[in-house]
Design a protein around this ligand. Structure first.
Ligand code: GDP
Length: 298
C-alpha cells in the first residue's frame, strides 16, 4: 500500500535537496509532480485539488521556516497536508448514553463487513464491552454462518434469524437483535447488513430500512481500499442512500495505490475510524491520520 506514491514523493523531495531557497519555479514543479503522483495513486480529483492548492499556498508563504532547508520544508508541509486530507485528528467511536450502542455496518458485498464485525466484536470485548453481533445479511447464502464462525472465534455472541423460516426479514432480525441486547444487557450491538457487488437501489433501500428500524449511534461504511477510483463513487452513493457517520478502510494490507484512503474524507466529509489490515481477527487498528501520513512519507 502506498509504495508507489511514497517513491514518487521521495523522488520529488530529493530533487529539491541542495537548494538554498525555493523559487516560484521550484514550487510550481514540485506541486505539479505531487499532483501527478496523487492522480496516479487514484486519489479523487477534488481531493488532489484541495491538497495541491494548500501545498502551493503554504510553500510560497512567509510561514516557511528559516531553520529547515527547502526539501525539509516541503516534506513538512506535505506531511501536514496528508494528515489534514486523512481527517486531521482521529475520532473515537461514539457510545450511546443509554446502552445498547448500535453500530450498523454498510458497504458493498466483499468489502469486508462480516470480517469487520468479528474484529470489532473482539476489539470491543477487549475494551470491556459486552457486544452482540447481529446477522442481518440474509442476501449472501453463507453470510449468517460466516458471522457465526467469526463470532465464535472472537468469543462474541451472534443473533441470527431462526432457521427453517424461509429467507427471513433482515429488518426484523436487526430490530429483534437490538431488543434482545436490551433485555440481556449487551451494551453494544454490531449489525451486519447485506451488500451487492455494485451499488443497487434495492440494497440501498434495505440498508436505509434497517437504519430506520434500529436508529444506529454509528453507521460505519466499510470501504475496500483495493477498488481504486470506484471507491469515491461508491462512497458517495452510500453517503446519499444510507448516510454514515464514519468509514472503515479494509484491505489496507493489499497493494492498492492508496487513493481511497486519501479521498474518502474529502469526498464524504466522514472520518475514517478504523483500518482493517488482513483476514485475521487481530488485523485491525484504530485509524491515525498522522501515523498514516508518516507511513506514506517514510
Ligand atoms: P462482506 O461481504 O462485506 O461481508 O465481506 P467479507 O467480510 O466476507 O470479506 C470478503 C473477503 O475479503 C473475505 O475473503 C475476507 O477474508 C477478505 N477480507 C476482509 N477484510 C480484509 C482485509 O482487511 N484484508 C484482506 N487481505 N482481506 C480481507
Amino acid at each position: 500500500m502506498f509504495a508507489s506514491l511514497s517513491d514518487r514523493l521521495s523522488a520529488t523531495f530529493k530533487s529539491l535537496r541542495g537548494k538554498g531557497r525555493l523559487t516560484e519555479a521550484d514550487i510550481s514543479t514540485t506541486v505539479s509532480e505531487i499532483r501527478r503522483a496523487l492522480l496516479d495513486a487514484d486519489v479523487a480529483v477534488p481531493a488532489v485539488r484541495a491538497f495541491t492548492a494548500a501545498v502551493r499556498e503554504r510553500a510560497g508563504s512567509a510561514e516557511v521556516s528559516q531553520a529547515l532547508n527547502p526539501s525539509q520544508q516541503i516534506v513538512k508541509i506535505v506531511h501536514e497536508q496528508l494528515v489534514e486530507i486523512l481527517g486531521g485528528d482521529s475520532r473515537e467511536l461514539t457510545f450511546a448514553k443509554r446502552p445498547p450502542t448500535v453500530i450498523m455496518l454498510a458497504g458493498l458485498q466483499g468489502a469486508g463487513k462480516t470480517t469487520l464485525a468479528g474484529k470489532l466484536g473482539a476489539w470491543l470485548k477487549e475494551q470491556g464491552h459486552t457486544p452482540l453481533l447481529v446477522a442481518s445479511d440474509l442476501q449472501r447464502p453463507n453470510a449468517v454462518n460466516q458471522l457465526e464462525v467469526v463470532g465464535e472465534r472472537a468469543g462474541v455472541h451472534v443473533w441470527a434469524p431462526e432457521r427453517g423460516n424461509g429467507v427471513g426479514d433482515p429488518i426484523q432480525v436487526a430490530r429483534s437483535g437490538v431488543e434482545h441486547a436490551r433485555e440481556k444487557f449487551y451494551d453494544v450491538v454490531v449489525v451486519d447488513t447485506a451488500g451487492r457487488l455494485g451499488v443497487d437501489a434495492e440494497m440501498m433501500q434495505q440498508a436505509a430500512d434497517i437504519r430506520d428500524a434500529v436508529s444506529p449511534d454509528e453507521t460505519l461504511f466499510v470501504l475496500d481500499a483495493m477498488i481504486g477510483q470506484d471507491a469515491v463513487t461508491t462512497a458517495q452513493a452510500f453517503a446519499d442512500g444510507v448516510g454514515f457517520t464514519g468509514v472503515v478502510l479494509s484491505k489496507l494490507d493489499g497493494d492498492a495505490r492508496g487513493g481511497a484512503a486519501l479521498s474518502v474524507r474529502t469526498v464524504t466529509g466522514a472520518p475514517v475510524l478504523f483500518a482493517s489490515t488482513g483476514e485475521k481477527l487481530g488485523d485491525f487498528e484504530r485509524f491515525h491520520p498522522d501515523r498514516m501520513a508518516s507511513r506514506i512519507l517514510d
